[in-house]
Write a protein that binds this ligand. Structure first.
Ligand SMILES: [Zn+2]
Length: 193
């Protein structure tokens, strides 16, 4: 084999490798899907577009003294009327029955983790997880949602800081001890699937 043939063969096998890896990526991507999301169009007093999505922040509603369900509409009303915010701070709320409610447009800056809102998405599970435990349906939904966002925003769940709890960012006990200890399970699901 002369030098030119050798180089040509090398180029061909390199091309084969590239096609091969693209094929694998395509097959893996096809395994993901957007979970069922109920999208609300609440009125906000202002919107600020978010330019980057670098990580996902998990919260609980943390109603004082009670592990109770809440709707996105409940929280929207509370954040507007009591907190005097533009509207609900979280982008997503996950009800106790596992229903995922999109509450703030995901391409807008949220109000859920001070100092980190411009680069993150806020996902809140309804309940007080210092008192109670997240339901299986909530865990299934948060895993599906995080996996979808890891794909959509090209986040690597293995990387430190890609999926975090609110307490990792601010001085708070949010998202409650019973949900906080399940963060590794959420990350693991996003890695395996
Ligand atoms: Zn929080």
């Amino acid at each position: 084999m002369n030098r030119r043939d050798f180089l040509r063969m090398g180029a061909a096998s390199l091309l084969g490798l590239m096609v091969g890896s693209r094929e694998i990526m395509r097959v893996e991507a096809a395994a993901y899907y957007e979970p069922m999301i109920y999208k609300w169009f609440f009125q906000f007093t202002e919107y600020e577009p978010r330019k980057a999505t670098e990580f996902l922040v998990i919260h609980h509603t943390g109603f004082p003294g009670k592990d109770k369900d809440s709707t996105a509409a409940d929280i929207h009303k509370f954040h507007q009327e009591t907190n005097k915010w533009a509207g609900i701070g979280y982008h997503y709320l996950i009800r106790k029955n596992g229903m995922i409610e999109q509450s703030r447009r995901p391409d807008m800056v949220g109000a859920h983790a001070q100092g980190h809102n411009k680069t993150s998405i806020g996902i809140c599970l309804a309940g007080n997880f210092n008192l109670g435990k997240p339901t299986d349906a909530q865990m299934d939904s948060v895993k599906e949602l995080c996996r979808w966002f890891c794909q959509k925003y090209h986040l690597n769940p293995r990387e430190k800081g890609a999926i975090v709890g609110h307490r990792n960012l601010n001085d708070t006990d949010c998202q409650g001890k019973h949900l906080y200890k399940r963060l590794p399970e959420i990350r693991q699901f996003c890695c395996e699937s």
